[in-house]
Design a protein around this ligand. Structure first.
Ligand code: ADP
Length: 635
């Protein structure tokens, strides 16, 4: 069972490398090979995390020195306590030296107080700076992670579930962040406490020293086993929780579909199933923890009884003083906690190894779409767009999504793209802002290959209005000005006017300051699309793409938008994808796409005259007795 879990964890660990298309390590011939590779990866992960923490050398140095001093001071405490017991014993037994013994007791008590205070202060410094290093490292990793997911290509995002990325950015990052304070610092603490402490005890009394330390191997072993078991169940629990958040995310995202299909029962049972699995795992974890804690407590108390028994006899025989026995017992009590924490340390190493491996794998992913080494800013002069024999296939797709696509459009021209669903229309326009790179042929703007232009300048030159208009939870004004936060109020209003949204916005109590998005005012599908059109109009790009962006807008409003945008369309190339022929029949050139190829091209009239697929679609959309579309358009 546990090997299955390890497998599943391993599977997750290598998933990003597979997705990125990088070659994973060759098939292992034996378990040893696999273990070696795991160790090698773990080791390089630790080295990398350590290097990250060393970016804060002062904080790291203060933490290590503080830990060292705090542990050393802690070792003084049993000795001082033992001495105090002997001195108290001397005071109680009286005699001529009674007053001197009392003074000595005072001195010991004050020394003990000072040592305890100093130890407390150094422990505070250790915790403060240790946490500080962890948080700074976490902050840097979080930024690097966020930047990476902003830059990773669409082919990556197509395959990775958002929930998994969020888990990676939250939980895995936390595992790496905690490594310094819970892993590395504990190594120093435990080494000093166990190493020096054992030496002091054994050099004082060999038998009693060994007995005092007898619980250490058992507790260290149980604690490590417990923490490793907890870690494995934690991995599985994390996966279950990930499933739960995915189920919840989908449920909330698709809440209207769920209600419309009265599927609440089905959704509840799905959630219940995942929840029950998480509950079962949580119970298992509690069992592991409780049974092992009891075993560790028992072994510690058994060792203490032995020390009391043997030590007591030694005191009776006059071999050691009561104070020495007391110092042995105190040392055991002090040592108990750090030894138990050995498991946490082992856990911290295991967690950092798996979390770090996953995280670094993502951070190291090659960016397939990035600026070429000799990339230059795109300079738009005439504004001529050209597709030259472009072909493209999605990763893993059996056949080409686009092949032999060629067309040219000049500034002021509109190209209509029509074709059956799945024929490759959206893919064609997604190649323009380089969401994906072409496999063959080229796309140029004013003769400059877009793959040689900087991404920033290219994406500034290409505006895309999609069918799904995403709104950020902020004001309408900010949503419209998203691509150009410095856009003036007038420009924003003009864009909204062209998109036929200004009147609606002006009628809202808070006007352009109205908050929209998930927690704001709900806009209808058509209003969202219009807002999305306005967002692109503000940019004034060289190429403007409307990807079925008026599907949720009624024909009348669409007609008004088109009229209002005439002036805007004059200065750029316009690509319009639509199922509604009335949206594209005015285009200078219409491309009919089927199975990734342009099968018909021409103006509306030419295509009608051709009597092919376009004609068939036209006849389908204009029912007998209806006014011809051309007439409706002209009115
Ligand atoms: P259209 O816009 O004409 O409806 P698309 O360009 O969206 O068509 O899709 C063309 C083909 O590519 C379809 O078969 C679709 O399933 C496939 N496809 C679309 N997007 C992806 C993707 N991100 N990954 C893999 N295949 C995709």
């Amino acid at each position: 069972m546990s090997s299955e879990k390890a497998e599943s964890a391993k599977g997750r660990a290598t998933s990003f490398a597979k997705i990125s298309g990088r070659r994973s390590s060759p098939a292992k011939t034996s378990l040893e090979h696999a273990a070696d590779a795991q160790w090698g990866r773990g080791l390089s992960t630790f080295v990398r995390i350590s290097r990250l923490t060393l970016r804060h050398p002062w904080q790291v140095a203060i933490t290590i020195v503080s830990t060292f001093i705090a542990a050393t001071l802690q070792l003084f405490i049993p000795r001082l306590l033992g001495r105090a017991v002997d001195q108290a014993h001397g005071v109680v037994s009286g005699g001529s030296g009674g007053a001197a013994a009392q003074n000595a007791l005072w001195v010991t008590a004050i020394t003990l107080l000072v040592v305890s205070i100093l130890r407390g202060l150094f422990t505070m410094s250790q915790n403060y700076y240790g946490e500080s290093v962890g948080h700074r490292t976490g902050y840097e990793l979080r930024l690097a992670f966020y930047e990476k997911i902003q830059r990773l290509s669409f082919s990556f995002h197509d395959k990775v579930h958002t929930g998994d990325l969020i888990t990676l950015g939250m939980l895995d990052l936390e595992g790496v962040r905690m490594f310094f304070s819970t892993g590395l610092v504990r190594v120093v603490l435990l080494s000093v406490l166990v190493g020096v402490g054992a030496y002091l005890l054994i050099s004082t009394d060999l038998v009693l020293g060994l007995l005092s330390l007898s619980f250490v191997p058992f507790v260290a072993w149980r604690s490590s086993v417990t923490n490793i078991s907890l870690r494995l169940t934690w991995n599985t629990l994390q996966e279950r929780l990930s499933v739960l958040s995915r189920v919840m995310e989908e449920n909330l995202g698709g809440i209207r579909v769920v209600r419309a299909f009265a599927a609440q029962e089905h959704e509840l049972s799905k959630f219940d199933h995942s929840s029950a699995e998480a509950l079962e795992l949580a119970h298992k974890r509690v069992n592991i923890r409780v049974s092992n804690t009891s075993a560790m407590n028992f072994s510690f108390l058994a060792a203490m009884c032995l020390v009391l028994w043997v030590g007591g006899n030694k005191v009776i025989d006059g071999e050691i003083s009561v104070g020495t026995l007391a110092s042995f017992l105190t040392f055991m009590t002090i040592l108990q906690m750090p030894v138990r924490q050995l498991g946490l340390m082992v856990n911290s190493f295991a967690r950092a190894s798996s979390c770090g491996t996953r995280l670094f794998e993502l951070l190291d992913l090659e960016l397939p779409i990035k600026d070429a080494p000799d990339a230059k800013d795109l300079v738009v002069t005439d504004g001529t767009l050209r597709f030259d024999n472009v072909s493209f296939t999605y990763e893993g797709a059996g056949h080409p999504t686009l092949s032999g696509v060629s067309f040219e459009a000049r500034r002021g021209e509109t190209v209509g793209i029509v074709g059956p669903p799945g024929s490759g229309k959206s893919t064609l326009v997604h190649l323009l802002p380089r969401f994906y790179d072409v496999d063959g042929g080229s796309i140029t703007i004013d003769g400059q290959d877009i793959s040689k232009a900087t991404l920033q300048s290219l994406r500034r030159a290409v505006g895309l209005v999609q069918q799904d208009s995403f709104l950020f939870t902020t004001s309408i004004e900010n949503n419209i000005a998203y691509g150009n936060p410095w856009a003036r109020e007038q420009r924003i209003e003009r864009a909204a006017e062209s998109a036929q949204l200004h009147n609606y916005i002006a009628g809202l109590p808070a006007g352009y300051g109205t908050i929209v998005g998930e927690r704001g005012v709900s806009l209808s599908g058509g209003q969202r699309q219009r807002l999305s059109i306005a967002r692109s109009l503000v940019l004034k790009p060289a190429v403007m793409i409307f990807d079925d962006s008026t599907a949720a807008i009624d024909a009348g409003t669409e007609q008004r938008i088109r009229s209002a945008m005439k002036r805007f369309a004059k200065d750029r190339v316009n690509l319009v994808i639509s199922h509604r022929l009335s949206s594209l029949m005015h285009a200078d050139q219409i491309l009919f796409v089927e199975d990734g190829r342009i099968v018909e091209r021409g103006t509306h009239e030419e295509l009608l005259a051709m009597g092919g697929r376009y004609r068939a679609l036209y006849d389908l959309q204009v029912r007998p007795g209806d006014e011809p579309l051309q007439t409706a358009e002209a009115s």
